[in-house]
Design a protein around this ligand. Structure first.
Ligand SMILES: Nc1ncnc2c1ncn2[C@@H]1O[C@H](COP(=O)(O)OP(=O)(O)O)[C@@H](O)[C@H]1O
Ligand SMILES: [Mg+2]
Length: 501
């Protein structure tokens, strides 16, 4: 029998079925899990706060009196013996029946005087819904328990990683990608596609452990095959096309295909439009758009990557970091997402996980559809993807600017530090799992500390994200390093000049 960590006390308003205070014999930490007996069964609770008190220091006047003449109250009274810790707890659930592990909401308060224990690992594992064969993202905080999340629960109903910049989103995502790439075929693998605006995942292809399973496509490689585009796609990407204009394009495309051109490029299409007999204004509309497309240097004869590159246990990284044109990034995201979803629906590619970094840029809230062509397609996966095992992972530092429709379909949220009140508010509203005490802890999280809520965790789970196995790819130097390097270079130049003189 482990020693009790504390004893429940009675205060004016507690204990209630939800809340209680206890005096500590052993130190417990805020956010730690504890357990104890109640009339309804064994209760599991979370420590929501810990407070130190000391009778001797409660009277400002006497503390001040003793502090006069440079003395201290400690010199006169046994203050240390009177310091004690009081913790506040919130009961999360009660094991109503030990036999069938049934967890209920508590409906009756625990008794004052009840001994409180640090939660036992096995019980907590069951309570939180940890899956030892799942996705290992780290350790449950203050507990000797791996934070291993069930693959289906984590991915099938989509996932969002939300936090302010620098809190560890991309690091956590890399850990999760390692887990996916390191799975055995017998355990079920997913294909992974990462839309990566800052090239943060390109490093996987340089890491010896992962390079054989990861392929990076950057601005030079990525292309869209013109012959796979429909008139609807043209309209979607470039907008403002009338029905009549769209019909003309449909005819041109159908003729091109009918001519046995199984593949054609922009030049062929431009020539076909120029030759065709149609209203000059319609011609101009399409030529204007096609010229803009040519200028983007994206539309070619074939798709690259092609759907053949989407394989189980492998990852494609679309590194968009060299692309300045926002529209081009949007079109790539829209096209690739659409292709993936269609191919998955017809069973032509394996179940996949599509990771979208900086998701607020691709699926922004409150921006016109023509300025955000990727939004409707990504949102569609969010809404319909689960039936087809097309899984979405959104990463964002601005949840308040992210499409609420898409975010609300992400049934697991992993939240790291967020201090901006608007974002925090949006996160709270978006997830019923976030109780006030959990929300209160979010601004104080340190880098690499996360809370998992929703489908993948039965109760909010605070986690220390594990160290990554892959090498971190340096995507940019910090200010201090660059300033030092600049100085060193200046010195070098001076020395060279001196040597020369
Ligand atoms: N779990 C972690 N363990 C160790 N270092 C971490 C962890 N999470 C983040 N970091 C470090 O913190 C910095 C910011 O992390 P990053 O993932 O880039 O943040 P974000 O994507 O949220 O802006 C990086 O230098 C990263 O190495
Ligand atoms: Mg990042």
């Amino acid at each position: 029998m482990p020693e009790a960590a504390g004893t429940i006390i009675s205060t004016e308003d507690t204990p209630t079925p939800d809340e209680f205070f206890f005096v500590l014999q052993e130190p417990v930490k805020k956010e730690q899990f504890i357990e104890f007996d109640t009339e309804e069964g064994r209760a599991v609770a979370r420590v929501t706060n810990v407070r130190k008190t000391n009778q001797y220091f409660m009277q400002a006047q006497s503390v001040s009196e003793y502090a006069k003449d440079g003395g201290s109250i400690d010199d006169h009274l046994p203050t240390a013996d009177w310091e004690y810790l009081v913790a506040e707890g919130r009961i999360l659930g009660v094991y109503a029946s030990e036999e069938n592990n049934l967890i209920k909401r508590p409906s009756f308060p625990p008794s004052p005087g009840t001994d409180v224990f640090i939660a036992e690992t096995d019980r907590l594992s069951h309570f939180l819904g940890v899956d030892p064969d799942g996705v290992h993202i780290g350790e449950v905080k203050f507990q000797d328990l791996q934070a291993s999340l069930n693959l289906t629960k984590l991915y099938q109903k989509h996932l969002a990683i939300l936090a302010q910049s620098g809190a560890g989103k991309s690091y956590l995502a890399s850990v999760m990608l390692e887990e996916l790439l390191d799975r055995n075929a017998e355990d079920g693998q997913l294909a992974v596609v990462a839309i990566d605006p800052h090239g943060e995942y390109a490093g996987f292809a340089q890491d010896e452990q992962y390079m054989n399973r990861v392929k990076v496509y950057d601005d030079n490689d990525i292309s869209i095959g013109v012959s796979s585009l429909t008139a609807g796609n043209f309209n979607h990407y470039f907008g403002d096309v009338s029905h009549a204009q769209r019909r003309e394009m449909e005819k041109v495309l159908s003729d091109l295909r009918g001519d046995g051109h199984s593949t054609y490029g922009l030049t062929d299409l431009i020539a076909a439009i120029e030759e065709r007999d149609m209203k000059q204004s319609t011609k101009n509309v399409w030529l204007d758009r096609l010229n803009r497309m040519q200028y983007m240097n994206l539309f070619k004869q074939y798709d690259n990557p092609s759907l053949d590159n989407v394989e189980s246990g492998k990852m494609l990284v679309l590194d968009l970091s060299d692309i300045v044109n926002r529209k081009k990034k949007q079109i790539i995201a829209a096209y690739v997402t659409d292709q993936l979803f269609k191919a998955r629906r017809s069973g032509d590619i394996p179940p996949f996980f599509l990771l979208v970094e900086e998701a607020h840029n691709f699926i922004p809230e409150g921006v016109s559809a023509s300025d955000a062509p990727a939004r409707s397609v990504i949102t569609r996966i969010a809404r319909e993807g689960r039936k087809f095992h097309a899984c979405l992972g959104l990463i964002s530092q601005r949840p308040a600017k992210l499409s609420q429709t898409a975010l609300s379909q992400c049934n697991t949220n992993i939240i790291l530090r967020v201090t901006n009140p608007y974002d925090l508010d949006r996160i709270k509203k978006g997830s019923e799992g976030i109780t006030q005490d959990v929300a209160d802890s979010i601004p104080g999280l340190r880098t690499g500390e996360a809370v998992v809520v929703g489908e993948a965790a039965k109760y909010p789970m605070f986690v220390d994200v594990r160290e990554r196995r892959s090498e971190e790819f340096d995507t940019g130097k910090d200010l201090e390093t660059v300033a030092k390097e600049y100085h060193a270079q200046e010195q070098q130049d001076e020395d060279d000049l001196d040597a020369f003189m």
